[in-house]
Design a protein around this ligand. Structure first.
Ligand code: NDP
Length: 250
């Protein structure tokens, strides 16, 4: 099996293991932070250090590729837009970055995953024989995938902003978020992120894109369920008609 195949298979296995583990044990950051995880870094630095490798790794794989067709470059650009948001703009907008921390062990796991994810997606787009021709632009999979990608990106950025504005600079207590997609679910940021990467998988119609969508579900679905239970436990006046992550369903 090629290195690409091995890394891809490892991501699917890791996603299954992460899903089962995270159903019982929430990753120790944010509202689920707890002791016993060793040295920790400030959240602002943590988000930069763990997310930037996804932007860098795909770029390195892309420039060492053997073809650079415009549609593959387009997929690279939308990937980089997401990761420049996540590694630079999102942490810069945090209101209490010094008081919130993330364990180095968790950051290290995220770096490994992000490098692997950047590698398989970059390899699919720039090294494999499947070049996207201009006909792909007229394919319904491209149109549907891009619609989901843009809608998901807008939903999670919008929801991130609502959450970050719940606190004044320096504050660190939690409040009930209202407005936007919080009318329907407790974690529209996770819903948006998941829809976005499902869209990427559909638009690229690739196993690499699918591995990212599956990993995102494995990571964020258990956390969305735990977050919903946490809100209901913490706030007696929490809106009863709000679902966890899929409006009216879950
Ligand atoms: P959270 O919703 O837990 O937190 C987002 C930010 O809002 C944090 O700064 C948090 O502070 C703050 N916040 C959250 N809820 C409240 C509240 N009720 N009152 C006040 N402040 C609040 O999101 P994550 O940190 O887990 O994730 C951040 C982004 O990264 C999301 O958009 C998510 O989709 C994405 N992500 C993607 C993953 C993937 O696999 N693709 C994996 C993980 C995240 P505090 O830190 O103090 O809790």
């Amino acid at each position: 099996m090629s290195a690409y195949g091995i890394v891809l298979a490892a991501i699917f296995v890791a996603a299954a293991a992460a899903f089962v583990t995270l159903l019982f044990l929430s990753a120790p950051y944010g509202r689920f932070v707890r002791g016993g995880w060793g040295v920790a870094l400030s959240s602002r630095w943590a988000w930069f250090i763990m997310e930037f490798p996804a932007a860098a790794s795909i770029f390195v794989v892309a420039i060492s590729g053997d073809h650079g067709d415009p549609i593959a470059v387009f997929f690279l650009v939308i990937w980089e837009i997401h990761y420049l948001y996540r590694s630079l703009l999102y942490p810069a907008a945090m209101r209490d970055p010094r008081t919130r921390t993330m364990p180095v062990a968790l950051i290290a796991m995220a770096i490994v995953y992000n490098c692997a994810n950047g590698y398989v997606n970059g390899y699919h787009l720039f090294h494999r024989a499947v070049a996207y021709t201009s006909e792909w632009l007229a394919d319904p999979r491209f149109a549907i995938g891009m619609l989901l990608f843009v809608a998901g990106f807008a939903a999670h950025v919008w929801s991130d902003r609502i959450l970050q504005r719940l606190r004044a600079p320096g504050e660190h207590e939690y409040r009930i978020p209202y407005g936007g997609l919080f009318r329907y679910v407790s974690s529209p940021n996770y819903l948006g992120e998941t829809v976005q990467w499902i869209g990427f998988a559909v638009a690229t119609w690739s196993l690499a894109g699918l591995s990212f969508a599956v990993f995102t579900v494995a990571n964020l679905l258990p956390r969305a369920l735990a977050t919903h239970r946490w809100y209901k436990r913490t706030f007696p006046d929490y809106p009863e008609d709000r679902a966890a992550v899929i409006p009216r369903i879950l």
